[in-house]
Write a protein that binds this ligand. Structure first.
Ligand SMILES: *Cc1c(COP(=O)(O)O)cnc(C)c1O
Length: 375
């Protein structure tokens, strides 16, 4: 094996269609992980495919300093859909880059350096974003990372108020923690975060790399909480499987962002893919489906296995089942015995991040499989 291999699975995936993927012998699997939430519209979605193939016929890439219709349309679409007054977009290639940019922009626009982040939080693996990520396992081999990062307990307004001061550039937070175990916030926490950062003159960054694109029942979780941060970062599902990241900003950030750029910022093919993904999510009311099927799945899981597991929690189609140390064994059984692919979140939680287009039959199939696996 000549490539870097991460935790390789004994299933070779060769094809996808809607909520299903197929291995090299044709076996069908229900894809309840969507490869880390990267395919919100399901595999091989026709709108995304035709947008990409039409663009490939015109031009594959042109640098961001030449205006291009696909890129401009994506800027406009993201500005239109982001909570007001967020209306500027920086495009890149991944979640960590989107957060890296957000941290740089916050330092430039505020003139401060201190970053406040949350325990159990995950923001990516480049040096800056990694410094705001909680787990030591990810950080230790690469230290020293950027300094001046303070961690506070998640979902704790008092601790946040103590940490954020006039030297703070930004508070970065996931509205629902993903990698950290699917941890939603209590009512009022995100509103408190807004007030605390505003009072201190610090930027509020919502890392919506996982919660965005309709996953929690609104296009942005920020809309569900009715809080407009200073920046929203997005990636994962934004290109329905093709790599793209975005940092959405308010004017005061965009006006003083410093000097940041990336060679592949907003190429026409990826812009076409993301434009088709976001438009389809809106036109097909995909976030509404995520809310309805998410609630249904959560309720059915609770009824079927609520007594057998430690906890079931989530928002929309971002659901965590805390099973304890057996999570990895359970995931393996789900895949090999029940042809259901799911994800871990830490060592104790089974994480479900399916395509947002799944229906009740898919949800029932998952509940049946989970019931047999956790028994
Ligand atoms: C996955 C993830 C990232 C990192 O995204 P990459 O594209 O892997 O760099 C950042 N923040 C959150 C919340 C994520 O879930």
């Amino acid at each position: 094996m000549s490539g870097f291999v991460f935790n390789e699975k004994p299933i070779q995936i060769e094809r996808g269609d809607g909520a299903y993927v197929y291995d090299d012998s044709g076996t069908e699997y229900l894809d309840m992980g969507a490869s880390y939430a990267c395919v919100p519209l399901g595999h091989k979605h026709p709108a995304v495919h035709s947008a990409v193939s039409e663009q490939l016929e015109k031009i594959t890439y042109v640098q961001a300093s030449y205006p291009n219709a696909e890129r401009t349309a994506l800027y406009d679409l993201l500005a239109k859909t982001a909570p007001d007054p967020i209306d500027k977009t920086w495009l890149c290639n991944s979640g960590t880059e989107a957060n890296e940019a957000a941290l740089k922009f916050a330092r430039s626009a505020t003139g401060n350096s201190k970053i406040v982040a949350t325990m159990q939080g995950f923001h990516g693996r480049t040096m800056g974003a990694l410094a705001t990520t909680w787990k030591n396992k990810y950080k230790k081999p690469y230290e020293p990372l950027i300094g001046d990062v303070e961690f506070v307990p998640y979902d704790d307004s008092e601790a946040l108020e103590e940490a954020v001061d006039e030297d703070t550039a930004a508070f970065i937070v996931e509205p629902v923690q993903g990698e950290g175990g699917i941890n939603p916030t209590s009512d009022g926490y995100l509103e408190d975060a807004r007030e605390i950062t505003e009072d201190a003159g610090a930027a509020l960054i919502f890392d919506e790399v996982q919660t965005g694109m309709g996953r929690t029942g609104a296009l942005w979780n920020s809309q569900r909480a009715a809080v407009a941060p200073d920046m929203i970062t997005a990636a994962k599902g934004l290109g329905n499987g093709l790599p793209i990241g975005a940092t959405l900003c308010r004017d005061w950030i965009a006006e003083d962002y410093g000097s940041h750029a990336s060679t592949f910022s907003g190429g026409p093919v990826i812009s076409a893919a993301a434009g088709a993904t976001v438009s389809t999510i809106i036109e097909d009311s995909v976030p509404g489906n995520a809310a309805v099927i998410g609630d249904y799945l959560l309720t059915e899981l609770e009824a079927a296995i609520g007594d057998d597991v430690r906890d079931i929690r989530g928002e929309g189609l971002m659901i965590g089942v805390e099973v304890g140390r057996g999570a990895n064994a359970a995931l393996k059984k789900l895949a090999l015995n029940h042809q259901v692919l799911a994800l871990p979140a830490g060592r104790t939680v089974i994480r479900l991040l399916p395509p947002l287009t799944i229906d009740k039959d898919h949800a029932d199939a998952v509940v049946d499989a989970m019931a047999e696996v956790v028994e």
